[in-house]
Design a protein around this ligand. Structure first.
Ligand SMILES: [Zn+2]
Length: 561
């Protein structure tokens, strides 16, 4: 064998020979991988829908965890009472499973540029059209907005304010009104399926190298985007500051938004600005598009419309947040760390099932499997479930800055040296089809070998692409190997992502089990291979609030996957 490899290599490109060499070197303990599969997947072959709470199919506990994080304690809007209760529950459960160093690790939001994050929850909502006829309205209050302080009934005015000219046009006309602020959503007939899995061809399309930066979200089009694009940065900042309080300054009662993705009873939304004092934000709701459009058309036809709302929301002052931490101590290299995680916080419209109780439940399940199978690992395995992801990857950024490196200076800690790799799940309920390399070509042959041992569960597609919008970026940003898996799209974009329908039912149990096996195998391999995962060069320092991949140039109310 020793002779054959170099001879064989001569006939190949340097890249492929390196790959073969690494594959020769990379060792996977197939017996352990089999144990992990049996621990999670030993189902007796039955199919069927999600099991009843507490009644996971033999082995797995992942749907039981899902139930607690959604039906029982969801939604988990950062720093809300439910978020804190869910955190306490997770700590209790992780301790029950015998994990070490289980705790809520605090971090502060008081200096977050987009504003501290107070606790906030909805305590009551009802809404209906009362003139010209009665219609109950499907809508949900937007995060960090006030209630109506009792029932209010008022007339509707349409007023989309995307430029200073719009402000002049509506000045003096909004007092005492309920203002519809979105352009009328255009609802085309849906001809594509609500949810999809990747076909082999689509997965293969993700492989090629030399792509224009993957996964960019593009600019926000429309009138507002164009008007903003024409402004100098100073003009834009001044306009946006005025825009934030325009409806309140004009004396509007409340505002209503809708978008074309949020149809058929579904609605999507984020949060209101938190700068200044968010407890004075006008009441604001996100409404399903067909209801929004009926009202808008009546107004266009000069038929007076009156709506009535009774909204109660409650702020709590504590702006400190937390990440949920748990560990399995390493044996011979306990000071070296492999991490696994995903964000624990959610939006409040549904219960945050696919975004991201799924990734959290899977990470907890990974820890449970590795612990209960009593697998000895050289390195310490540490799970972190992040807070504040939806507000801009805040929990993971705070953690990485505290433990590994400050991206503003790129000054690293000794723990930075000892870090072996991070694996993240935050793309919904879809099973794993592969992994994004984040431009780290050196890990390709390693992951190829790891996926080879999982061929019965996944095609294991590996792409050099970056993917953005979630917490592995906090690691990538300081030169640490952090990865997000490729997952089937499912109904994430059409139905669940930041919507009122992000509920337990949208979770596919077998997909979560598959994810748990694959992620557990990756974590085990990373914690036992001779070397830490190879890493890219340390990037140059990046200024604070910058460099998060083209997000937020235009103030978007929602951030994060
Ligand atoms: Zn997410």
């Amino acid at each position: 064998m020793h002779l054959k490899i170099p001879v064989f290599c001569l006939a190949l490109t340097a890249g492929i020979s390196a790959l073969l060499y690494a594959q020769q070197q990379e060792h996977v303990d197939l017996n352990v991988i089999h144990k992990i599969k049996v621990a999670e997947l030993s189902t007796g072959g039955g199919r069927g829908g999600p099991p009843a709470p507490g009644a996971d199919r033999a082995g797995s506990k992942v749907m039981d965890t899902m139930w607690y994080l959604t039906d029982r304690y969801g939604p988990r809007l950062t720093n809300s009472p439910q978020f804190r209760a869910a955190g306490e529950w997770a700590v209790g459960r992780l301790k029950e499973w015998g994990l070490s160093n289980v705790h809520l690790e605090k971090w502060a939001t008081k200096d977050v540029p987009s504003g501290p994050i107070p606790g906030w929850e909805i305590k009551g909502y009802s809404g209906a059209m009362v003139e010209p006829t009665y219609m109950p309205i499907i809508a949900v209050p937007v995060a960090w907005t006030q209630g109506t302080n009792g029932p209010v009934t008022a007339e509707v005015v349409m007023a989309t304010v995307a430029s200073p000219a719009d402000m002049e046009k509506f000045h003096g006309k909004l007092k005492g009104k309920i203002v519809f602020t979105s352009a009328i959503p255009d609802l085309t007939f849906p001809t594509s399926p609500l949810g999809t899995r990747y076909t082999p061809e689509q997965l293969a399309d993700l492989i090629p190298e030399l792509l224009p930066g993957g996964g960019g979200r593009g600019g926000r089009g429309g009138r507002g985007g164009a008007a903003l694009a024409d402004m100098t940065p100073e003009e834009r900042t001044a306009f946006q500051a005025k825009q934030r309080t325009f409806f309140k300054d004009e004396g509007a009662v409340m505002t209503v938004q809708a978008d074309p993705r949020g149809q058929s009873g579904t609605l999507f939304g984020g949060g209101a600005p938190r700068q200044g004092d968010p407890t004075t934000n006008l009441p604001q709701i996100s409404m399903t598009a067909e209801h929004y459009n009926r009202i808008a058309r009546l107004v266009e036809h000069k038929v007076p419309v009156k709506l009535t709302f009774d909204i109660k929301t409650e702020f709590t002052p504590d702006t400190d947040s937390f990440n949920v931490i748990a560990e399995i101590p390493g044996t011979t290299k306990a000071d070296e760390v492999v991490m696994v995680g995903g964000h624990f916080d959610s939006w409040h419209y549904g219960t945050g099932a696919t975004d991201n109780a799924a990734g959290s439940a899977v990470a907890m399940e990974v820890m449970r499997i590795l612990k209960t199978q009593n697998l000895k690992m050289n390195r310490t395995v540490r799970m972190a479930l992040w807070g504040g992801e939806e507000e801009g990857l805040l929990g993971s950024a705070a953690y990485v800055k505290e433990h590994f490196a400050d991206p503003a200076t790129m000054k690293t800690t000794t723990q930075h040296d000892k870090f072996a790799g991070y694996f993240n799940i935050d793309n919904g309920t879809g099973r794993i089809g592969g992994i994004y390399l984040q431009g780290n070509e050196m890990v390709r042959p390693i992951f190829e070998t790891w996926f080879a041992a999982l061929k019965d569960l996944t095609p294991g597609v590996i792409t050099i692409r970056d993917t953005g919008g979630t917490d592995h970026q906090s690691y990538d940003r300081v030169g640490l190997p952090g990865f997000q898996f490729i997952q089937d799209p499912m109904d994430y974009n059409s139905r669940t992502h930041h919507s009122n329908m992000d509920m337990y039912d949208r979770i596919q149990a077998q997909d979560l089990e598959q994810m748990a096996v694959i992620e557990a195998a990756f974590v085990y391999n990373a914690a036992t291979r001779p070397d830490k995962l190879p890493r890219k060069e340390l990037p140059p320092p990046s200024p604070p609030n910058g460099g998060r991949g083209g997000r937020g140039a235009v103030a978007a109310p929602t951030a994060g996957n």
